[in-house]
Design a protein around this ligand. Structure first.
Ligand code: SAH
Length: 210
């Protein structure tokens, strides 16, 4: 799976995508991530990618031209590619959507900024609009990272043996050592007895109840 990120803030992606599970997956060749600078697709000397909204109003809007040219420049496996625009008006991201998206060969992630993106991107370029929740962020970069991680968990080989795909539905609370933690004030915080029994059937049942 290749994730193409279209953004004007490339550096945001440097640290996160070079750590942890995503890093390991990139090294193993399970996924590839390409960050593209929208300014490379701007016309004119000033490499402008935004302009004022028609009809007035505050702020600037990302223009359709650079986004169009950027998406055009990438495209090879059109059929197995999905172009996603991050938008506060999009469909809310959930595990089901992430799983569905994991079947594509390429995901193109368009990160909005400022007051948003010229509506022609949503209407003519993107296959779908996705929101990561009912709040407004200053750009689509964090949503892109969230989506990459949520989708990647469904790619074969991304998770180690010990991590389970069913985690979302079957998630249960965990405890670790020490068995008893003594806070400065009040009673000790003990680990539930059921987990210390060594009886795996009993533990399984207890976890399911939780
Ligand atoms: N004025 C716009 C907000 C723009 S925020 C509005 O009211 O909808 C700038 C960009 O950040 C958006 O274009 C989008 O790409 C991204 N963004 C902000 N919040 C988001 C969210 N909850 N989910 C997905 N993308 C978001």
């Amino acid at each position: 799976m290749t994730f193409h990120i279209l953004t004007i803030f490339l550096k945001i992606f440097d640290s996160y995508l070079t750590e942890s599970l995503v890093k390991r997956a990139r090294e193993k060749g399970i996924l590839a991530i390409r960050v593209h600078d929208l300014r490379d697709f701007a016309s004119g000397r000033h490499k402008k990618v935004d302009d004022r909204p028609f009809g007035g109003g505050p702020g600037m809007v990302l223009q359709v031209g650079p986004i169009y040219r950027a998406v055009q420049s990438l495209t090879r496996a059109r059929k197995k590619r999905r172009v996603i625009l991050f938008s506060t008006r999009g469909k809310k991201l959930d595990a089901k959507t992430a799983k569905r998206l994991s079947a594509y060969k390429e995901l193109v992630l368009i990160c909005g900024r400022y007051e948003g993106v010229d509506e022609r991107v949503a209407r003519h370029i993107a296959d779908e609009e996705i929101s990561i929740g009912e709040y407004v962020l200053s750009g689509g970069e964090l949503p892109a990272l969230v989506l990459i991680e949520a989708v990647s968990r469904f790619l074969p080989g991304f998770l180690g043996k010990r991590e389970s795909l069913e985690e979302f539905k079957g998630s249960y609370p965990s405890w670790s050592r020490p068995e008893v933690f003594v806070p400065k004030k009040g009673e000790a915080w003990a680990v539930p007895k059921a987990l210390l029994s060594g009886d795996h059937k009993k533990i399984e049942k207890w976890r399911r109840q939780k």
